[in-house]
Design a protein around this ligand. Structure first.
Ligand code: HEC
Length: 126
């Protein structure tokens, strides 16, 4: 009986933490209180906002392709879910990298609206 409970708990934890790229779009739109715009996301992603880098500096302006870190030159696998099934499936990872990359790129965190727009754009790429 105890084992059954452990198995049930493990299964539940596994499904509860499995997220899809669409879940993130829904979450960020809800946080922003407004619909996302893929067009705005594309502009945001590919243009510099005062800093040295844009998101495309490392992820390229075609994120279905592999990127390269602008400083360390380390390879980065594609960011667009259509090209990389591992992307946007883990909230801890997504939140960590949005925080870190937005700070590196904009010297601030990204707003929920900016994240929603980026998600909408990435999801539109084939
Ligand atoms: C200086 C290089 C660099 C820049 C600029 C950069 N990123 Fe990243 N990004 C990385 C690296 C490195 C990783 C982590 C390694 C990996 O996941 O391949 C990453 C991972 C991510 C992830 C994790 C997604 C997942 O589920 O795996 C997201 C989201 C992301 N970046 C979004 C952005 C956005 C949005 C911008 C612009 C505001 C941006 N990045 C700018 C280097 C960069």
């Amino acid at each position: 009986m105890r084992y059954l409970l452990i198995i049930a708990a493990t299964l539940f934890a596994a499904t509860a933490s499995a997220e899809t790229p669409r879940d993130f779009l829904t979450r960020f739109e809800k946080e922003a209180g407004a619909a996302a715009s893929a067009q705005r996301g594309a502009r945001f992603f590919t243009s510099k906002q005062g800093g040295e880098w844009s998101c495309s500096s490392c992820h390229t302006d075609k994120p279905t392709q592999a990127g390269r870190h602008a400083k360390t030159e380390k390879a980065i696998t594609p960011l667009a879910p259509a090209a990389n099934a591992e992307r946007f499936t883990d909230a801890a990872k997504v939140d960590k990298w949005f925080r870190r990359n937005c700070n590196d790129t904009l010297n601030r965190v990204c707003s929920a609206q900016e994240k929603a727009d980026v998600m909408a754009w990435l999801l539109s790429l084939r």
